[in-house]
Design a protein around this ligand. Structure first.
Ligand SMILES: Cc1ncc(COP(=O)(O)O)c(C=O)c1O
Length: 418
């Protein structure tokens, strides 16, 4: 603890504590945190340079007090949000019919896509009993969370040998109670891009809503595609895609608390909102699950998108993809196999010949926060520019830890934490 009074954790201080002292305590408190700037975390951070961070921070502070719930009071935020959504729709090949809104994060975007799909399906097919979500084994837990909170049944299908979702298995799992089918760009565990065209075709053949979870890929895949046109189409250019979740606070490089949820048309979009009028304070309407929203997160998204522009995002994307390629080549030299064919910023790798858990524990002792994938057992990174300068150092440490660790005598199941 820094100089000054010790904060009593159990009660408000009798008198307030002066800001310089609190600032010192805040600084002190972070000293034990992982050195994210040094590339020591495999996820949680999306850094694109100090200049980008500064734009996001300044814009956030300028709208720190304004509230995204009160767009009728804050025309500025209404304008920023509308422009953010229009930029997103253009990037993802929307047209005059496509619509969308900002949310506070990927989980909220996913909740609202599920809600919109459920409500529209129930309206069109009143016979639905327990509405179902059909998705591959690799889809994000936010879909199960949404199912749990909103009374749907999650149905997960096996992956193909290359770890992508299997469109045939998804098609076979669709029933008359299915209200939404999911594909991921990319799926978090292995970083592979699901075959969206085939999944969307399977869904639309049975008249079912298809959601693309591009929470990770939404703001990196479009630029990766410009750099490498062999990356398959996944957005509104694909027939049958009904909605897309795309997080700005990941590869949009904006302040946390910003995602976009986009819809094929106004009918689909209509289910995102919620209206209420049965109380003494008038009409209440939100597009979001939350009420109050940080004005700063909306302003920062607008500012960073305009600051970077297409060229800026493309430049950063190239560097992130190069970082992935360098890590991929280095881990391959160590005898570790890449799982599937990751085309974007997530890399998972491992080998049955090595004791993944023991190596991970040794890497932890060396100051790395380790991400694991469990099926198959391996290591997991969601990369950004903090990793660019430390790939060599990471690989050196990994080589040392591998050399120090005997091969596994039996294959105990690997435990991993998100
Ligand atoms: C594929 C995917 N979908 C959804 C989410 C949830 O996003 P959030 O943590 O912003 O709620 C994540 C988070 O990493 C993700 O990887």
């Amino acid at each position: 603890m820094g100089a000054g009074r010790k904060v009593d954790m159990n009660a408000l201080p009798k008198d307030g504590i002066a800001w310089p002292e609190l600032r010192a305590q805040l600084q002190d408190a972070g000293k034990g945190d992982v050195d994210w700037r040094g590339g020591r975390v495999p996820m949680f951070i999306h850094y694109a340079g100090d200049d980008v961070l500064e734009v996001a921070k300044q814009a956030y502070l300028m709208y720190f007090s304004e509230n995204g719930l009160g767009l009728r009071a804050f025309g500025s935020l209404a304008r920023f949000e509308s422009e953010v959504v229009r930029m997103a729709l253009t990037l993802m090949h929307g047209d005059d019919a496509t619509r969308g809104a900002m949310t506070t994060g990927g989980t909220e975007s996913i909740f609202l896509a599920v809600k919109a799909a459920r409500d529209l399906a129930k309206q069109r097919r009143p016979g639905i009993r327990t509405p179902q979500i059909v998705m591959a084994q690799s889809a994000h837990p936010a879909f199960d969370k949404a199912a749990h909170f909103m009374g749907l049944q999650p149905v997960r299908t096996p992956l193909r040998a290359d770890f992508t979702a299997d469109p045939d298995a998804i098609a076979a799992a669709i029933t008359e109670d299915t209200v939404i089918v999911v594909g991921s760009v990319p799926a978090f565990p292995h970083g592979v891009v699901d075959p969206i065209t085939e999944i969307a075709a399977a869904a639309s053949a049975q008249g079912v809503w298809m959601h693309v979870d591009a929470c990770v890929g939404g703001y990196i895949a479009p630029f990766a595609q410009q750099l490498d046109p062999s990356i398959p189409a996944w957005d509104f250019s694909v027939p049958g895609v009904t909605s897309i979740s795309a997080d700005l606070h990941k590869y949009g490089y904006t302040a946390k608390g910003a995602s976009t949820l986009l819809f094929r048309d106004a009918d689909a979009f209509a289910g995102m909102g919620w209206f209420f009028d049965n109380w003494p304070r008038g009409q209440y309407f939100t597009h979001t699950l939350v009420g109050t929203r940080a004005g700063g997160a909306i302003a920062a998204a607008w500012a960073v998108m305009n600051y970077l522009g297409e060229a800026g995002y493309r430049r950063i994307t190239q560097r992130v993809l190069d970082t992935r390629a360098a890590l991929q080549a280095g881990t391959a030299r160590l005898g570790l196999e890449t799982f599937g064919d990751p085309r974007l910023s997530i890399l998972a790798y491992g080998s049955p010949e090595v004791d993944t858990a023991a190596i991970g524990a040794r890497m932890t002792e060396r100051g790395w926060v380790v991400g694991h994938v469990t099926e198959p057992a391996g290591f997991h990174h969601m990369l950004n520019l903090t990793h660019e300068p430390i790939v060599g150092r990471y690989l050196d440490d990994l080589a040392t830890c591998m050399a120090e660790t005997p091969p596994p005598s039996r294959s105990a199941p690997l435990k991993a934490q998100y």
